[in-house]
Design a binder for this molecule. Structure first.
Ligand code: TUI
Length: 307
């Protein structure tokens, strides 16, 4: 399938893997790229040295294009931005901020830059700053989210910019993919579905929670301090929301979430860990390889768009 994004990135299918902290490491990224999508290493809150290692390991497993996601709140974001250039990574996505200060360096190195935006205003600003495409991520997504839904954000961003738009948030099968195309997107980004890929190193307990999730099993924590995070409901979210409702200070709330994503992904702590997942978790029922997922999605899309 050819779109502006497959052409821009030199990939077979317009499916991009979300740059999920802890989850999006080299096994997953290389498997998605090998399957014809764009695999992404998620720098999350990791140090620059870890990101460099991850890039090198990915290069050993695939000769196809892959990218790195820079989570802009990472204290080592400046160093990570340089590592990406030094390692000759071809695509960068960014999240949780404005990547403006790195654009000149990345563009000079010939890197394709694709920021995640949660508003039309940031999409416009990014286009003016010279990025190659934007990912319009709706509030259905897991992790750190904006306020607008995918259904409303994607067409408004498509109308506002001339660069290609990638839709994210609530997409996990051919129906979501086809719907995104109808909204004017040139590709999709999926996160939650890839968390349960066979190649994903995420702890079995976490995967099982996603596979068992129902439509309304996610909660958004952190709205009161301007950092909303979507995750599956558990002991941690109940505790957090109770404190948040009572007006607890940020430091007290932060205490609950510090290291909690690692606890969930690595240790499989589904009680006190942060089980980041999007609203589409309720539809995901099977662990598959990345190649099986991508093939299934593309076949379903083809049937829907051609019939
Ligand atoms: O970044 C994400 N999702 C994430 S980052 C993350 S890291 C983390 N967070 C909490 C605990 C542990 C780890 C988890 N999930 N998605 C991309 C995204 N970017 N969503 C929303 C935005 C965004 C929001 C506001 C981008 C820019 C923005 O404003 C920028 C500005 O300064 O105007």
């Amino acid at each position: 399938m050819k779109t502006k994004i497959t052409e821009l990135l030199g990939i077979e299918y317009p499916i991009i893997q979300g740059g999920m902290a802890w989850v999006a490491e080299y096994h997953l990224a290389s498997a998605v790229s090998e399957a014809g999508g764009l695999g992404i290493i998620g720098a999350g809150g990791a140090p620059a040295s870890f990101v460099r290692e991850q890039i090198q390991k990915t290069k050993e497993l695939t000769k196809k294009p892959f990218g790195v996601n820079v989570m802009l709140m990472n204290p080592e974001a400046d160093e990570i931005a340089k590592v990406i250039v030094e390692e000759g990574v071809s695509v960068v996505t960014t999240g949780a901020g404005n990547p403006g200060k790195y654009l000149a360096m990345w563009k000079e190195a010939g890197i394709k830059v694709i920021p995640v935006v949660a508003s039309v205003a940031l999409a416009r600003m990014m286009e003016r700053a010279g990025v190659d495409a934007v990912i319009a991520e709706g509030t259905e997504s897991g992790g750190h989210i904006g306020a607008a839904t995918t259904m409303t954000l994607v067409p408004q961003v498509v109308d506002a910019v001339k660069i290609p738009v990638i839709a994210a948030g609530g997409i996990a099968d051919g129906r979501g993919f086809a719907a995104a195309m109808m909204l004017g997107a040139e590709a999709v980004q999926m996160g939650t579905r890839f968390v349960v890929a066979k190649e994903s190193i995420v702890h079995e307990n976490y995967k099982k929670k996603i596979l068992a999730a129902k439509d309304i099993d996610s909660e958004v924590t952190g709205v009161s301090h301007g950092h909303p995070v979507r995750q599956l409901r558990n002991n941690m979210t109940r505790e957090y929301l109770k404190l948040e409702k009572a007006g607890a200070p940020f430091e007290e709330l932060e205490h609950l979430t510090l290291g909690a994503l690692r606890k969930a992904v690595v240790e499989g702590d589904t009680v006190n860990g942060t089980l980041m997942a999007g609203q589409i978790a309720g539809m995901i029922k099977e662990e598959m390889t990345c190649a099986e997922m991508i093939q299934e999605i593309m076949e379903q899309t083809e049937r829907l768009l051609i019939k």
